[in-house]
Design a protein around this ligand. Structure first.
Ligand code: UD1
Ligand code: PEP
Length: 417
């Protein structure tokens, strides 16, 4: 398994291009199941999760043509409606094949996604909504079996705001008969990006970007072209890296209006931020100030940025606290950051960080995707060598992170094991 070796202490200077968003690309790839025509996508990131999703869709019969960041998908020859455990266990987003398959083909067999390190992450809202749309759904031996002659529009209020739940039910509703209203819908930019693609495919959706989506079902959807939005979490991760190390870096192919809450916190840390239509520049001249925050649904502070900001908080002088409200077990990075000299304690869903001003390199273990990113940030700022082990999590969600960081002056290398 690969690991990263980081020699910390270098300030970062230069430009980093931001890739397309993982969490937008994954549902968008699944939307290819909704039509027999070509879906042509650009700005698709090079990620392990994207590769896994393509393998799953190909097993179902979707044809895939890849040319760099461009992918053309065709769902004309889909014949297999089964998402097996072996693939679904490695990537939760695989649950997003469930609703498109039932909506277009009337059946699906999808493995229940495995519990992941950050929480139990059940999918009962996806199932409840699909049942409300008229599907028969059974759970047997770890699989969801769903069947429907024709889905019928309905009113759905999800018990909590769920990102992939909203995406799944939105895709189902596009081909259902009549009108569907989804209340309490997630408003994340990735949900909006999927909705924009669906509209290009001929779907009729009102309320895009709000918590009330109204979908008028259509008989069929057609092909479309779409450019995946920039990855706001990758953007925020590199902003945290510069806030931690100091320097002057321009992030290109991204924009500021998809991560305003996180950007405000970076400013509070003392960074000078400027932005244009497709770039964000960060200049950091001093030690970061610590910031308190609480994760919430969009447009609030994203849970997917919590670990990275915590790493920067460790470098501040003052005490801070961080409240995680989305996932019940998303503090796995705490004990690893403490190995680098941080002083963090947790009590329930709150982490208390006594800023120590500096960190010292050590071997650490990456436990999940954003925990891995937080350890890289801490390693870049720490004195001496940090080894980040088990980085396969990082490869699920970051497009050649070490290459991008090396280009702006970091001393970081991948060691194949
Ligand atoms: C591929 C993708 O887009 N992943 C993102 C998505 O995950 P994902 O869509 O899995 O996260 P959800 O928004 O569904 O989860 C939010 C909360 O609702 C709970 N819940 C959700 C569905 C359900 O049926 N029952 C239930 O109890 C979850 O356990 C969690 O506590 O949104 C999360 C929250 O912004 C992000 O951290 C993930 O990066
Ligand atoms: C939790 C994440 O991803 P996933 O939902 O794919 O596990 C993430 O992107 O931080």
């Amino acid at each position: 398994m690969d690991k990263l070796i980081i020699n910390g202490g270098n300030r970062l200077h230069g430009e980093i291009p931001i890739s397309g968003a993982k969490n937008a690309a994954l549902p968008i790839l699944c939307a290819s199941l909704l039509t027999a025509d070509d879906i042509e996508l650009t700005n698709v990131p090079h990620l392990k999760d994207v590769q896994t999703m393509l393998t799953l869709l190909q097993q179902m019969g979707v044809t895939v043509k890849k040319d760099g960041n461009k992918i053309v998908m065709n769902g004309n020859t889909v014949h297999n409606f089964n998402a097996p455990y072996e693939l679904v266990k490695t990537m939760r987003a695989a649950i997003l094949v469930l609703c498109p398959l039932v909506a277009r083909f009337g059946e699906a067999k999808v493995s229940l996604p495995g519990g992941c390190a950050i929480g139990s992450r059940p999918v009962e809202q996806h199932i409840k909504g699909l049942r409300a749309l008229g599907a028969e759904v059974e759970i047997k031996a770890g699989y969801i079996y769903a069947k429907a002659k024709k889905l019928k529009g309905t009113r759905i209020v999800t018990d909590m705001i769920t990102v992939t739940g909203t995406e799944n039910l939105l895709m189902a509703a596009t081909l259902a008969e009549g009108e569907t209203v989804i209340k309490n819908a997630a408003r994340e930019p990735e949900v909006t990006d999927l909705a924009h693609l669906l509209v290009k495919m001929g779907a009729k959706i009102e309320g895009i970007g709000t918590d009330r989506l109204v979908i008028h079902g259509v008989e069929r959807l057609h092909g479309a072209r779409h450019d995946v939005i920039p990855d706001r979490i990758e953007t925020g991760t590199f902003l945290c890296a510069v806030a931690a190390t100091g320097g002057d870096v321009t992030l290109t192919k991204t924009r500021d209006n998809i991560l305003e809450s996180a950007l405000n916190k970076i400013r509070e840390m003392g960074a000078d931020i400027s932005a244009g239509a497709d770039w964000i520049r960060i200049k950091m001249e001093k030690r970061p100030r610590g910031v308190n925050f609480r994760t919430t649904e969009y447009p609030g502070f994203p849970t997917d940025m919590q670990a990275q900001f915590m790493a920067v908080n460790c470098l501040a002088d003052e005490a801070t606290h961080v409240i995680e409200t989305i996932f019940e077990n998303r503090f796995m990075h705490v004990q690893e950051l403490n190995r680098l000299g941080a002083r963090i304690k947790t009590e329930g869903n709150t982490a208390f960080i006594s800023g120590v001003g500096k960190l010292v390199g050590a071997p650490v273990m990456a436990t999940d995707l954003r925990a891995s990113a937080s350890l890289v940030i801490a390693g870049l700022a720490a004195q001496g060598e940090t080894q980040v082990n088990r980085i396969y999590h990082l490869d699920r969600g970051y497009d050649r992170m070490e290459v991008k960081l090396t280009a702006v002056g970091a001393d970081i290398k991948r060691v194949k094991q």
